[in-house]
Write a protein that binds this ligand. Structure first.
Ligand SMILES: NC(=O)c1ccc[n+]([C@@H]2O[C@H](COP(=O)([O-])OP(=O)(O)OC[C@H]3O[C@@H](n4cnc5c(N)ncnc54)[C@H](OP(=O)(O)O)[C@@H]3O)[C@@H](O)[C@H]2O)c1
Length: 228
């Protein structure tokens, strides 16, 4: 792995991923909205920044060309298929043997075997409903984005993040295939470690065509139930 692209590089997760990628010696291309370019100022001499909407096909084509891996922050902003448009552009223009790693939340299910608590389901329904009313977020479109990724023949991994918190790194999160597995019960990961998992996934072929649900390696449930 020499050159990678980070789509959504200026966000909180994105900036942690940029740092981890530079620490590994990768050449980094970052895509972010024009208005957010200054959020990458501390990296600007060390990375190439391509400003633009992440669902803009021309922007993504330019950014992913020649990259061995693409890390994509999937976010369901607005009501114009931002997530599915972003995922589709990455899949369309990345090299066919590139490693593609996407971020999302626990609400995404690959095989329908995830078990969610009642509280989780209620919160998801309320957030989806409020997001739709205010035309602010489109959770269903993140679901559609992941459906397309799961159906694709690309070398994908979809990393499903638990609730997130800030703080120093605790190390690589542990993961499991299904929400509801005891190891995930603590439902908390440091954002810096979510980013670490995304970057490490680039070189971990065991994660190709997996949708790991992650939790902090120092969380109570991870310590109690060990690594999966
Ligand atoms: N937050 C959580 O608790 C949580 C839990 C589980 C999983 N996740 C997953 O983790 C990933 C990152 O989430 P995060 O909460 O940490 O957010 P984040 O890293 O701050 O990322 C938000 C991204 O969305 C972009 N963005 C913000 N407003 C936008 C708009 N109106 N239109 C287009 N793009 C916009 C940001 O770009 P700018 O820099 O341009 O604003 C940034 O790239 C996501 O895939 C999310 O599904 C989050």
């Amino acid at each position: 792995m020499n050159k990678i692209c980070i789509v959504g590089a200026s966000g909180k997760l994105g900036r942690y991923m940029v740092q981890h990628a530079l620490d590994r010696g990768y050449e980094v291309v970052g895509v972010c909205r024009e208005k957010s370019v200054n959020k990458l100022d501390s990296f600007k001499s060390r990375i190439t920044i391509i400003p633009g909407a992440t669902n803009d096909q021309d922007v993504i084509r330019k950014a992913v060309t020649g990259c061995d891996g693409v890390l994509t922050v999937l976010v369901p902003w607005g009501v114009h298929q931002y997530s599915s448009g972003t995922a589709q552009a990455v899949m369309d223009y990345a090299s066919s043997d590139a490693r593609l790693v996407f971020s999302c939340g626990w609400h995404i299910t690959r095989d329908g075997k995830d078990e969610y608590t009642k509280l989780f389901q209620i919160i998801l329904r309320v957030v989806s409903w409020i997001g739709r009313i205010f035309r602010a977020i489109e959770i269903d479109d993140q679901v559609e984005a992941c459906r397309r990724i799961f159906d694709s023949s690309t070398r994908w991994t979809v990393v499903r993040g638990s609730d997130l918190e800030e703080g120093e790194s605790q190390g690589l999160p542990v993961w499991s295939e299904h929400i509801g597995d005891p190891i995930l019960k603590s439902n908390m990961t440091r954002r810096i470690d979510f980013a670490l998992f995304m970057v490490e996934a680039l070189e971990n072929d065991e994660l190709v065509h997996e949708a790991p649900a992650i939790v902090g390696c120092q969380s109570d449930s991870a310590l109690e139930h060990g690594e999966v």
